[in-house]
Design a protein around this ligand. Structure first.
Ligand SMILES: NC(=O)c1ccc[n+]([C@@H]2O[C@H](COP(=O)([O-])OP(=O)(O)OC[C@H]3O[C@@H](n4cnc5c(N)ncnc54)[C@H](OP(=O)(O)O)[C@@H]3O)[C@@H](O)[C@H]2O)c1
Length: 245
């Protein structure tokens, strides 16, 4: 992927991995729009990355997704890259759970429903652009689930599966379909302080950018690279190791 001269939308790009990628794409010479629900986080991101464009948007809402496309077409008609990065992670004990279904459904809506719908909504526009691409941010847990986040892991497996089919269906078009597969990264995912065991976000983002520039289509890092490439037997061993701590 050419990192310069793109116009890129990164969902959930006001923090964490999305912001780290946004910062690097801007530095490489691309124009970047990030969207998210919290206006204060978007403002903070803009202060950190001069030139960054922002848009308040809740990707859980179908109407917001449609409005986002219309806004992009009006304001950034040359937008050629969609990065489906927004996501949430919830820890769930399946057998001892008295939470309303709506809380769980929200995790599925944000992590699966939204990126699939956004990809389909944006495709007609992307297909008319130079060097179009869709980048889906999944997880190492798409390949080997962590049982303490069972719904999250399932959503990421679904998005990985969708990414493979999307790439296959678009193989004879100019639209590149790429997948970023993070390992545990030190961000606010799941809530502040819950992911401090992860690798530093800058280290991860630097590696992703380098590998995208090298033309790789599915990019992991460290533990997620191991999971992504594991045989079934190795994946079973990783599952045991990760879940029996
Ligand atoms: N950190 C890790 O260990 C890790 C590992 C594997 C995969 N990932 C994936 O990487 C992606 C980025 O996560 P992160 O680690 O960078 O965590 P993060 O800092 O919490 O970033 C997630 C971003 O998504 C946005 N978001 C959440 N729900 C949204 C919605 N309904 N509409 C619009 N934006 C929404 C959040 O902003 P608002 O709350 O303001 O909307 C936030 O900026 C996620 O897809 C995550 O699953 C992370």
């Amino acid at each position: 992927m050419n990192l310069a001269a793109n116009t890129i939308l990164i969902t959930g790009g006001a923090s964490g991995i999305g912001l780290a990628l946004a910062e690097r794409f801007v530095k490489a010479g691309s124009e970047v729009v990030v969207c998210g629900r919290r206006a204060d986080k978007l403002l903070e991101a803009q202060q950190k990355v001069p030139g960054l464009h922002t848009r308040v948007c809740d990707v859980a809402e179908v109407a917001d997704r449609v409005a986002l496309l219309e806004w992009v077409k009006a304001n950034f008609p040359r937008l050629n890259v969609l990065v489906n990065n927004a996501g949430i992670q919830r820890r769930t004990q399946l057998a001892q759970n008295d939470e309303p279904w709506e809380n769980h459904r929200q995790e599925i809506t944000i992590n699966v429903d939204a990126p699939i719908h956004l990809a389909m909504l944006f495709l007609p526009h992307l297909q008319q652009q130079q060097n179009p691409a869709i980048i889906n941010v999944t997880s190492g847990l798409a390949f080997v689930p962590a049982a303490f986040v069972p719904i999250y892991s399932a959503t990421k497996a679904a998005l990985h599966s969708f990414t493979l089919s999307l790439r296959h269906q678009l193989a004879n078009t100019p639209v590149q379909v790429l997948e970023v597969v993070p390992p545990a990264v030190d961000t606010d995912l799941g809530g502040p302080g819950l992911h401090t065991f992860g690798v530093p976000v800058d280290e991860f983002a630097d590696s992703v950018m380098q590998r995208l520039a090298n033309g790789e289509t599915e990019v992991g890092y460290g533990f997620s690279e191991k999971s992504r490439l594991a045989s079934r037997q190795e994946a079973d061993a990783i599952f045991q190791q990760m879940n029996n701590r």
